[in-house]
Design a protein. Structure first.
Length: 94
């Protein structure tokens, strides 16, 4: 078993969609990302995540963040992680 962190790319669309659907089926929702965009236009969703990582078009005071897909054995997307390389008040308390 090998778990890796992968930057969002188009090749992960099917696996990410499967992860979203499984989560929604189990929990009734997936409030952690733009689910409707991910399911309807994965290309634009990936671009949005890339823009967030660069700090493009973020509201004032919102830090940039890099999203990674958590991938099992190079095949199955089992989750996602968001990393903020720098953070300031009031976010540092969380």
């Amino acid at each position: 078993m090998c778990i890796t962190l992968e930057k969002p790319r188009l090749e992960w669309a099917d696996g990410y969609h499967a992860m979203l659907r499984a989560s929604i089926k189990h929990d009734g929702d997936y409030p952690y990302n733009n689910t409707s965009l991910a399911l309807s236009d994965f290309d634009t969703f990936v671009q949005e995540l890339q823009d967030e990582a660069k700090g493009v078009d973020l509201p004032e005071g919102i830090p940039r963040q890099q999203t990674y897909f958590i991938v099992l054995d190079g095949k199955i997307v089992i989750g996602e992680l968001r990393y903020r390389p720098s953070i300031s008040a009031p976010y540092e308390q969380y």
